[in-house]
Design a protein around this ligand. Structure first.
Ligand code: GLU
Length: 471
């Protein structure tokens, strides 16, 4: 039996490879790579007439910027190596998209579907209490968020627990992000990761030169897509790509198996079908083509692995036929499989770029929480009045009237979700431009992942150097 490959080590290998394209001193590369703080937690909960010991972690990978930031996942796969790897990816992710945080990640080793809502609440509150005891949570210390197996409900429990211990702390609502909108969350956060994946793919496909190299025409409309995992990230990527990008979703994989339909799958209808029947199998007009990984091998333009890590490995990499892979999940491709995909000329949009939409909008939520007011509250009415004044003047000077519909559109201020989405779109386009230019200007950089690590590492290194620690 082969030993389990360390996920953290494989991230370190990527970083070492990227470091060779920079002039960052070796000692500083080591400092960038290591995890600054690792908290191992064990606590008991009562299940029926017995007790269960719960295994949990919080890892703060890098303190070069504070607070540290990253989700908390509830999954059976959780172990220290996985949480360390995911925390380190958060550091590179935040640096790449200019979100001024260090990286962190938390994990509880449970399958949430084995617990009642009350038990999950007990586990979440107890975990939060441990974080508070160890000073591992706070708006200026470490700010958790949702990840695999968690969502706004868990974030609300975390906030409530934190506030119970930190009564009167003025910025306490910024101790966690991804909260329900009614509890100081922000509109657009729930779909932010999937929406960011869409913006990133769209931007990548817009460059005619790059597309020619992989045999694609430029533009996202009409391209075929296969998605593995219909959780928050996968479902929003598929829905938004279909509805706003005109993409044809031809394959979907979930726990119960893979389905294929060359004419396209209506993702919204599929989601309703799965809710009603508990499965994607049997969806009208689709074929059942095999287990959860069968869809990965379909011929398509864009493949989106949006489930867990280690999905494309040495075992199946040779059979992957996509032109572009967008790593919506964290670490879905193993390092050895990545080399095979590169040789096959497949373009990989690396996880810590393509799924950065979640933490980007978390940053907007945190800013909203610290400013204690909703975006647009101060300036919307002022802008509206100014635009009305300009339109009145234009009408007066031209003697022509603007229609009521145009007038409404031209004079209103952006809503919260419009501002969030435009900030997210700009962030993803800017980050892709940086990665693309870094790879173009360094002929030796073989792939976008290495180029993205180079971008992030240069920013982190310059932060350390400006602290005066490294000359
Ligand atoms: N869990 C998400 C990620 O892996 C979001 C993290 C956050 O919003 O802090 O990027």
């Amino acid at each position: 039996m082969s030993a389990k490959i360390s996920f953290f080590k494989s991230v370190e290998q990527y970083v070492d490879k990227a470091a060779s394209f920079t002039d960052i001193p070796q000692g500083l590369v080591e400092q960038i790579k290591v995890c600054n703080l690792v908290l191992q937690i064990r606590f008991p909960i009562r299940v029926g007439n017995d007790y269960q010991v719960i295994e949990a972690y919080r890892v703060q990978h890098s303190h070069h910027r504070l607070p540290t930031k990253g989700g908390i996942r509830y999954a059976e796969s959780v172990d220290q190596d996985e949480v360390m790897a995911l925390a380190s990816l958060m550091t590179y992710k935040c640096a790449l998209v200019d979100v001024p945080f260090g990286g962190a990640k938390g994990g509880i080793k449970i399958n949430p579907s084995n617990y009642t809502v009350e038990q999950l609440q007990t586990i979440t509150r107890r975990y939060t209490t441990e974080l508070i005891k160890k000073n591992f949570i706070g708006p200026g210390i470490d700010v958790p968020a949702p990840d695999y197996g968690t969502g706004p409900r868990e974030m609300a429990w975390i906030l409530d627990t934190y506030q119970a211990f930190r009564h009167g702390e003025i910025d306490s609502i910024g101790c966690v992000t991804g909260k329900p909108v009614t509890q100081n969350g922000i509109r657009g956060r729930a779909e932010a990761t999937g929406r960011g994946v869409f913006y990133g793919i769209r931007e990548c496909l817009s460059h005619a030169d790059d597309m020619r190299k992989i045999g694609l025409t430029p533009g996202i409309a009409g391209k075929t897509m296969v998605v593995q995992g219909l959780g928050n990230v996968g479902s929003n990527t598929a829905l938004i790509s279909q509805q706003e990008g005109g993409v044809k979703v031809i394959g979907i994989a979930e726990r119960e198996g893979s389905i294929y339909s060359p004419n396209g799958i209506d993702v919204e209808k599929l989601m309703t079908f799965r809710m009603e029947t508990g499965s994607i199998l049997g969806f009208p007009g689709s074929q059942h083509i095999g287990g959860p990984s069968a869809a990965l091998e379909l011929e398509c333009d864009i493949l989106v692995p949006a489930a867990l890590e280690n999905q494309i490995t040495l075992e199946n990499a040779d059979r992957i036929k996509a032109k572009v892979i967008a790593e919506a999940a964290n670490g879905p491709i193993t390092a050895d499989a990545d080399l095979i995909l590169q040789k096959k000329g497949i373009m990989v949009l690396p996880d810590f770029f393509i799924n950065a939409g979640g933490v980007t909008v978390s940053y907007f939520e945190w800013l909203k929480n610290l400013s204690h007011h909703r975006f647009g509250r101060l300036e919307n009415r002022f802008q509206h009045n100014a635009f009305v004044g300009i339109l009145n003047k234009v009408e007066e000077m031209t003697g022509k009237q603007v229609s009521i519909r145009d007038r409404d559109f031209l004079t209103r201020g952006g809503t919260e979700v419009e501002l969030v989405n435009s900030g997210l779109e700009d962030t993803m386009i800017t980050a892709y431009t940086q990665v693309r230019e870094t790879s173009l200007h360094n002929n030796n950089i073989p792939d976008l992942r290495t180029a993205a690590f180079v971008c992030s590492m240069q920013k982190i290194a310059s932060d350390y150097i400006s602290m005066g620690i490294f000359p």
